[in-house]
Design a protein around this ligand. Structure first.
Ligand SMILES: C[S@@+](CC[C@H](N)C(=O)[O-])C[C@H]1O[C@@H](n2cnc3c(N)ncnc32)[C@H](O)[C@@H]1O
Length: 235
């Protein structure tokens, strides 16, 4: 059993090791459905077309890009504690106006380097599961959000459908680590993906933690048979 700090060190090392292959593997292993998931998540912020949005655990910046694509006046502060992931993302940014509206920052999601009430919206795609201290991260998200601002968490959940569940489980635990291990050279990183999904909170628990952090109107929108969910909260 890892301590929260041991988990953080492990997570940082794993993302650093796969950073150069992360985008390619994401598209390959999700059959590009991840693009749809990010599109749906970003659409939830359409009432805030300008001003600053925080993309936390931004990684290689795919969601930051979608946030700037959907709103030409929006600015995105993209925070991640793994410098290699951010660097890999910066390399692939398109040479257009979106590049000028994305501000990558190396920082910890459990101690967000931003003032209180800084952002209208916060997105966290596939990041909350990786935090060492989930409740601390949620408290911080609440702190840096403006009143009436919106939090969107896109995260893996476990499908409950009796047909989808075993097929998905076989894919996640057997096929995915093998293929991703060969392509990335780090099988352990993708075994961690499967085990972290299995160990993650039930949706109701996460919604409860969001409430505890101070969020109101919390809700969950399952996508693709519940393989992922968008969790929504308002400050
Ligand atoms: C699965 S990736 C997701 C990247 C991106 N959001 C996406 O949609 O593909 C998870 C990211 O969370 C970052 N991360 C994990 N724990 C973090 C923490 N405590 N603070 C900041 N970033 C963290 C990792 O470095 C990694 O880049």
């Amino acid at each position: 059993m890892q301590t929260p700090d041991e988990k953080k060190t492990f997570v940082k090392e794993k993302f650093s090791s796969i950073s150069h292959k992360y985008d390619f593997l994401n598209s390959l292993l999700s059959f590009q459905i991840d693009r749809y998931w990010r599109w749906v998540t970003t659409r939830e912020l359409k009432m805030f077309p300008d001003g600053a949005v925080l993309d936390l655990c931004a990684g290689t910046l795919p969601l930051s890009l979608e946030l700037t694509r959907q709103a030409p006046a929006r600015q995105v502060v993209a925070i991640d504690f793994c410098e290699d992931m951010l660097r890999a993302g910066i390399k692939t940014l398109p040479v257009d106006s979106r590049r000028q509206r994305i501000f990558p920052v190396c920082g910890d999601g459990e101690k967000i380097p931003a003032r209180d009430k800084s952002f209208w919206g916060i997105t966290v795609a596939f990041g909350v599961r990786n935090l060492g201290r989930t409740q601390d991260g949620l408290n911080e998200m609440h702190r840096v959000l403006k009143p009436c601002g919106k939090l969107l968490i896109l995260e893996f959940s476990r499908p409950r459908n009796v047909i989808v569940k075993p097929v998905y489980s076989f894919y996640l635990n057997t096929v995915l680590p093998k293929v991703a291990g060969i392509v990335s050279g780090d099988k352990e990183a993708y075994e961690y993906l499967a085990s972290s999904i299995a160990a993650f909170y039930e949706p109701e628990e996460l919604l409860g933690m969001m409430k505890k952090a101070g969020f109101a109107e919390v809700s969950r929108r399952p996508l693709t048979f519940g393989i992922v969910s968008v969790y929504i909260g308002v400050k």
